[in-house]
Design a protein around this ligand. Structure first.
Ligand code: NAG
Ligand code: NAG
Length: 171
């Protein structure tokens, strides 16, 4: 009985993972990744020929606004990566206002399906995003649900790339 339940849960997980990235990401919590470092050399070499739309909803539990510096990095399982040192206009305090949604056009190297995303924050105001959605020419939209304060000075987010390697291995 118990084994059966576990098996069907695993089966459901596999089916869901192969069809919907969005639903699965809801269930996982963001994590600090001490070993993550964006590769700026790589970004310079690959150029910026692809456009991405990044939509960020700031939580209603966030401070009324933030002047913190927010960096963003995301990429695929093949090592292609996009790094944005600073999101938004540093002189525009309306960015990342509580309960607001900001949309950014990002130019960066082309990636395949985006499977990881990290945010980095420095400053004293603090900030809590609700979710971040990224879409690109070769990547269907993927949403990363945070609902958590971004800690100071550490890359904080999600890495789902193992799913892609796992499905390749079992194919
Ligand atoms: C942290 O980042 C490294 C480098 O990108 C990656 O290999 C590793 O899987 C990540 N760790 C976690 C827990 O996601
Ligand atoms: C960054 O990318 C370059 C070019 O592909 C590579 O030679 C270098 O080893 C990478 N650096 C890190 C820290 O991964």
């Amino acid at each position: 009985m118990k084994t059966k339940t576990v098996t069907s849960i695993i089966l459901i997980f596999c089916v869901a993972a192969s069809f919907s990235t969005d639903d699965q990401t809801r269930t996982q919590l963001p994590q600090a990744n001490e070993s993550f470092k964006p590769n700026q050399t790589l970004q310079q070499q690959l150029g910026s020929s692809c456009t991405y739309t990044v939509t960020i909803k700031t939580s209603c539990s966030s401070p009324s606004y933030t002047r913190d510096q927010i960096s963003l990095a995301f990429g695929d399982t093949y090592g292609y990566q996009v790094y944005v040192p600073r999101l938004g206009d540093p002189y525009d305090s309306r960015t990342f206002e509580r309960c607001s949604t900001d949309t950014f056009q990002i130019y960066g190297p082309c990636t395949y399906q985006i499977c990881y995303l990290y945010l980095y924050r420095t400053g004293y105001d603090g900030w809590m995003p609700e979710y971040v959605t990224v879409s690109g020419y070769y990547s269907s939209p993927v949403t990363f649900y945070y609902n958590a304060f971004i800690p100071y000075g550490v890359w904080y987010g999600f890495d789902y790339c193992y799913r892609y390697s796992a499905s390749t291995a079992s194919a």
